[in-house]
Design a protein around this ligand. Structure first.
Ligand code: FDA
Length: 460
């Protein structure tokens, strides 16, 4: 829903047009919303309740790869699909650890975290950023040297939008084998899904870091039932950085309950695996990665949680009851495993704090087409039910799965540190205070602000 139309949509083709936009916005007291891929769950990159202009980065999307140093400069208007496509056009053994959906934008995704199918081996996007270009509230163009290490730290997980407009990130590319193995194996309740999911929680963060076993859970019509009965389906959607002959013994030893067999597995290149996980049919041309149009749902709500202790079987059965309340295929849970290389980074290395001790992240989602509060109520009730089973004090959430239910800034005027702490500690944990200090230093007048931007101390 669009409560207010933007006063202007600016699509800069160079940095000076961004500087001019900042200058005009300051002069007229207009808020700036920055949009890269436009995937923000709450639409914060293109809607606002106060007068605003949109800076849409779509024309700034050059990707320059240096194969000698295995690095890349990536402008923030690029999508993940464009990044993956360009890397693969250069080398079969280079890749970048970031999200699964090709239409997600670099600007929001890289500045807020960036988890994907090779993250247990190569960590997340922010861990691989080595330089950046940002334009600050005074219109100055800064790189890592000139912005200083505090600001450079803040935009690697604290969200770019609180601090300025990020024009480009420089990243280290990672090395991957020429052949990787993928599989997507589903089990229903009749095939012991509850027990298998329960067991998955004990191995998913500890298994070989080359293997990422992501789990998608939904309520579907039972394949075994002719009377329309529903069941829960758990799909293990997985990537192994290596060949099937090396994967099978690992699965046999650590997770025999799934019953993976060679016929379930497909060997392919990493770039082909990005198509597989994005849901494109086998044999699709790589060009589909360049399509910037995202599938459109009329309504969507997402939330997140972190799990530090396995959820008991009765807890999982309670979740299944919630999933069965909504229509089939309308809701989905994603369980994304952590551990591996993700645990080797300290929680304060970047603002993204979800490191050692987390078994997996839960992503809850519901989509619907006819306006009704029923579905939002449903996801809020499920979230409330989950409180017993997930992280506490704070109940952590993933910043890139934006959720205004966990707290927001005032629409007009300043927001106190105390008020912002409610959501700030959930996203950033111990790093929230440092983010506030950086914001106070680089944008004390709170020019760059939105419903969940970091407030400066001066606005208390
Ligand atoms: P958008 O343009 O909406 O920006 C998001 C936020 O960043 C806004 O606040 C915006 O102002 C700010 N921003 C954007 N560009 C900026 C810039 N250049 N400078 C400063 N601020 C800027 N996540 C994940 O980790 N793994 C995954 O696999 C997925 N998969 C996924 C699939 C789908 C379908 C969706 C909708 C989302 C995901 N995500 C995800 C979540 C995704 O990482 C998150 O929504 C990102 O913020 C999206 O970045 P965009 O640039 O597309 O969003």
């Amino acid at each position: 829903m669009f409560p207010r139309r933007p006063l202007a949509i600016i699509t800069p083709t160079n940095e000076s047009e961004i500087q001019a936009t900042i200058h005009c916005s300051r002069k007229h007291g207009t808020q700036i919303k920055v949009r890269s891929g436009g995937h923000d769950y709450e639409g914060l990159s293109y809607i606002s309740q106060t007068p605003f202009a949109v800076v849409d980065m779509r024309n700034l999307r050059t990707i320059s790869i240096d194969t000698r140093g295995n690095t890349a400069w990536i402008q923030t208007g690029a999508t993940l699909g464009e990044v993956y496509y360009t890397i693969a056009a250069t080398s079969r053994t280079l890749a970048f650890p970031a999200g699964v959906c090709p239409t997600v934008g670099v600007g929001g995704h890289f500045s807020g975290g960036g988890y994907g199918m090779i993250s247990r081996k190569h960590r997340i996007a922010v861990d691989n950023i080595i330089d950046a270009v940002i334009i600050n509230a005074d219109g100055q163009i800064l790189n890592r040297d000139s912005m200083g290490e505090d600001l450079f730290w803040a935009i690697r997980g604290g969200g770019g939008t609180s601090f300025g407009i990020v024009v480009a990130f420089k990243v280290n590319l990672v090395t991957i084998p020429e052949t990787v193995t993928v599989f997507n194996v589903s089990r229903t309740l009749e095939q012991n899904a509850t027990q298998i999911v329960h067991r998955w929680q004990y191995i998913s963060d500890k298994i070989d870091e080359n293997l990422l076993l992501r789990l998608f859970i939904s309520s579907v019509r039972s394949p075994a039932a002719s009377n329309g009965n529903r069941t829960i389906q758990a799909s293990f959607t997985s990537l192994y950085l290596g060949r099937v002959e090396d994967l099978l013994p690992i699965m046999e030893q650590k997770f025999p309950e799934l019953g993976l067999v060679e016929q379930d597995c497909i060997e392919m290149s990493w770039i082909e695996s990005t198509l597989f996980f994005a849901g494109f049919p086998n044999g699709s041309s790589l060009d589909v990665l360049l399509n910037r149009t995202q599938p459109n749902f009329a309504y969507f709500k997402g939330k997140s949680d972190y799990v530090r202790e396995p959820i008991p079987e009765y807890g999982l059965q309670g979740i299944w009851n919630y999933l069965n309340e909504e229509d089939e295929y309308q809701t989905q849970l994603q369980f994304s495993p952590y551990g591996g290389a993700l645990s080797t980074v300290s929680e304060s290395e970047t603002p993204f704090p979800h490191r050692s001790g987390n078994i997996f992240m839960i992503h809850y989602s519901v989509v619907w087409t006819t306006n009704s509060p029923r579905h939002i109520n449903w996801i809020r009730r499920l979230y409330s039910y989950m409180a017993t089973f997930v992280s506490k004090s704070p109940r952590a959430a993933y910043f890139n799965y934006r959720d205004l239910d966990i707290g927001r800034n005032n629409i007009e005027g300043n927001t106190s540190y105390k008020q912002a702490s409610v959501w700030g500690f959930k996203y950033f944990e111990i790093n929230f205070n440092r983010l506030v200090r950086v914001k106070t230093k680089v944008d004390p007048s709170n020019f760059f602000r939105n419903e969940q931007s970091i407030p400066p101390f001066s606005s208390n």
